[in-house]
Design a protein around this ligand. Structure first.
Ligand code: ATP
Ligand code: MG
Length: 392
């Protein structure tokens, strides 16, 4: 695995300096599953200052949590000092961490056994909590007592369900029971952190399974807007989520199915940009239910929203999405934005010899629509003729 080879250099350098260092977390898990790996995390006995001294090219991103990003061949690697998390308050991750010198202690604070496997740079596995066995059995299980671990940090419950969606694994019975028991603790977790996990859940390979577990474990009661939407969430599990490729599409489909307005995304503290995009997609989805795409609809929606809405429309009708045709029609529109119009307000003033006023904007609008409809071609002289006829 090329990515590990590159990062192996960082581990070797730490070891040469007398420290321990291992690959840990999601990349080890995904590597063992034969899945594409994401960010590579390294755990080390070296303290953050020691890491920064060894690697001049670094970004001190989370020193209080022991994390330094080391840049190697322009790639970022998170190097985190072995730590435990003591003094959990309010069922949230602790504001205080204690650096420790043993790998075992560091692995012990991790959420699930499959995420608590360490690997040396030559591929040897260190697995005190039997994460490999969990991977083989496709089981998600907390390191230690699930009740305790969820009381320490309630976000882990959402993480567990989002891993169901990512991997298609099963929550171990005791872990699932503990989620049902402790679901209300989610109230202590910031909505921003919940939203990160929830969006990952919607975009996983098995969101159907995860959505039904959310209802089963009552976690849905703590998701803004979905408190009384168990029927809708369960209904949502029957659709082909595999065609949903990004967060905007996921929210659009989910809100549509739940009969919710995009305004609810304010409660999720999502960005205004996202809120706007979902609002727009929901509106065009409504229009699409009433009629097929017109030139005006395509133009106003824009390519991205057209593709997204058409995909969701097909998913809702349980068809395989085929968006090629509608995209070809979109591409064939005479113009795609106002700037492409071959005339400007100044032309209108010149041609008509009238003082400017609201009429220019209105006439430009009419020209824009006429061009879109194919009533006049987007050629200056043709538009000039068309305007003259119109004003006669
Ligand atoms: P992904 O592939 O989606 O990034 P990941 O397992 O790498 O999954 P991260 O959120 O990147 O997840 O976290 C990296 C590692 O840190 C996890 O594998 C886990 O060992 C540990 N971890 C993250 N969040 C928690 C938490 N809330 N409680 C305990 N350990 C955690
Ligand atoms: Mg990760």
């Amino acid at each position: 695995m090329k990515q590990f080879e590159e990062a192996g250099t960082i581990i070797r350098k730490l070891k040469e300096a007398g420290y321990e260092a291992y690959f840990v977390g999601g990349s080890v898990r995904d590597y063992m599953l034969g899945r594409p790996i994401g960010d590579i995390d390294i755990a080390t006995s070296a303290l953050p200052e020691e890491v920064m001294q060894l690697f001049p090219k670094h970004i001190p991103v989370g020193l209080q949590h022991g994390t330094v990003i080391v840049l190697y061949n322009d790639m970022p690697y998170e190097v985190t000092t072995y730590r435990t998390e003591s003094g959990y308050e309010d069922f949230r991750r602790p504001n205080e961490v204690t650096f420790v010198r043993s790998l075992q202690e560091d692995l012990q604070r991790r959420d699930f056994t499959m995420n608590a496997i360490a690997m040396t740079e030559d591929g040897t596995i260190v697995d005190p909590f039997h994460g490999k066995q969990a991977l083989d059995n496709k089981i998600i299980k907390t390191v230690g007592e699930p009740s305790e671990r969820f009381q320490e940090d309630a976000l882990r419950m959402m993480r567990g369900v989002r891993f169901v969606s990512a991997l298609g694994f099963t929550l171990e019975q005791e872990t699932k029971q503990a989620i049902l028991q402790h679901a209300p603790l989610l109230l202590h977790i910031s909505i921003e952190r919940i939203a990160v996990e929830f969006e990952k859940l919607l975009l996983g390979a098995y969101p159907e399974r995860a959505l039904s577990i959310l209802v089963e474990t009552h976690l849905h009661l703590y998701l803004p807007g979905f408190e009384k939407k168990e029927a809708e969430l369960l209904q949502a599990t029957s659709y082909a989520w595999k065609y949903i490729q990004n967060d905007i599409a996921a929210w659009t489909l989910l809100l549509h199915l739940a009969g919710l307005d995009a305004g609810i995304l304010k409660n999720w503290k999502l960005s205004n940009k996202k809120l706007k995009a979902v609002t727009k997609a929901l509106a065009f989805l409504q229009q699409r239910f009433i009629k097929n795409w017109s030139a005006e609809m395509l133009y106003e929606a824009g390519k991205e929203t057209v593709a997204l809405v058409e995909t969701i429309y097909a998913v809702l009708h349980r068809h395989e999405p085929v968006i090629k045709g509608v995209i070809a029609t979109y591409n064939g529109l005479p113009i795609h934005n106002r700037q492409q119009l071959q005339v400007s307000g100044r032309d209108l003033l010149e041609w008509t010899d009238q003082p400017g006023g609201p009429w220019t904007a209105q006439l430009l609008n009419e020209i824009e629509h006429a061009v879109l409809q194919g009533d006049v071609s987007n050629v200056r002289e043709h538009i000039k003729e068309w305007v003259k006829c119109k004003l006669q």
